[in-house]
Design a protein around this ligand. Sequence first.
Ligand SMILES: Cc1ncc(COP(=O)(O)O)c(C=O)c1O
Ligand SMILES: N[C@@H](CCCC[NH3+])C(=O)O
Length: 421
Amino acid sequence: MVHHFQYRHGELYAEDVAIADIASEVGTPFYLYSRATFTRHIKVMQEAFADRPTLVAYAVKANSNQAILKLVASLGAGADVVSLGELMRAERAGIPSDKIVFSGVAKTHEEIAYALNMGIKCFNAESEPELLRINEVAKSLGKIAPVSVRINPNVDAKTHAKISTGKAENKFGIPFERANEVYQTIAECDHLKAVGIDMHIGSQITDLEPFDNAFKLMAELVEKLGNAGHKIEHIDVGGGLGIPYDNSNQVPPEPMAYAQIVRKNLNHLDCEIVLEPGRMVAGNAGIFITKVEYVKEGAERQFVIVDAGMNDLLRPTLYESYHTVQPVKEDAKLQERMGDVVGPVCETGDYIAKGRHLPHVEEGDLLAVMSAGAYGAVMSGTYNTRPLCAEVMVDGDQFHIIRPRQTYEDLIGQDSVPDWL
Ligand SMILES: Cc1ncc(COP(=O)(O)O)c(C=O)c1O
Ligand SMILES: N[C@@H](CCCC[NH3+])C(=O)O
């Protein structure tokens, strides 16, 4: 397998472009994506199911830049969206409406109406009140809404508590024990049509067993529902497959091994399979580039102070996530002394890496924070009045700024001072 972020002549490249060249044009920090890696990750999933009806509905929340979604559309993939904003992004990028599924626990009247008018593939409904609301909005528009019920299978995905979604204690989905009743309710609603069944048990899952258990339960449910007269046209297995963030013991399964588990449990059913991968597609297709401002020798450890903070990459702060940090100028020597890579934000939790043997770096050096393509740029904010950073895509020997760095005027100019002040 070709890796698209690797050293050539002692320098880190993205595909065929030297990252230092991009930095000198774009400034730092910035997110950097490889078109080839994104493409490969979407294709891996499509090809694993090429012999049967399947839709890869990329989870837009992982990375929703228009350039990324345009690429998704060009590959024939669909989208899983969770808000009107994401739906509009998918629409604008040209993802066909019949390849869009709409998840999320709090769909508003406005969101439902917009999606119905667009003609999306289905709503992944997460509660009975939501089903009733979809029915009501569909009635007012004279439409029949295609719905799929998100089942909460009550399985432990064995991932970080903050990104686990398939346990009874989580707000997501409808308890699996109630499935029959809920499909009965749908059958009684004149403006709903049950087309599918859906699940999503969590994110960054590195063990196939929870998937295996949940898919088995889904297969049983589909058969039971069929016997009760509720024909299920598609099974949506959600996303959640983990990616390698480091070389530690938690090595996630290969996408093909995951696909085998899906097939083992669901292939015999006469249903289309819908997949909603996010991280598995975007995570290792992107990295984050930052520049060293200062190297400070603290009493206990070294602090490598960089120009990017938790507002740019929130994952370490929020989930204590591990991202490998590599120098852009290759340097095999790691320091003896432990160090932290910290940012400029005035919060103790503002760090990118903690307690690492870091490479020797100096002011002005560039660092690459790896595996940052998913839940990186999309989760960034402007705390401490820090502009949203730039995003860049490479394709072979060319690159393009797919979102320019926000300006200070973008940030401050939106404020409005009342005339009585
Ligand atoms: C409903 C739904 N589908 C798909 C995803 C994508 O998950 P992941 O990025 O882990 O593949 C998520 C996020 O966890 C989600 O909430
Ligand atoms: N934002 C999370 C994943 C949440 C998935 C969305 N349900 C992360 O960075 O890992």
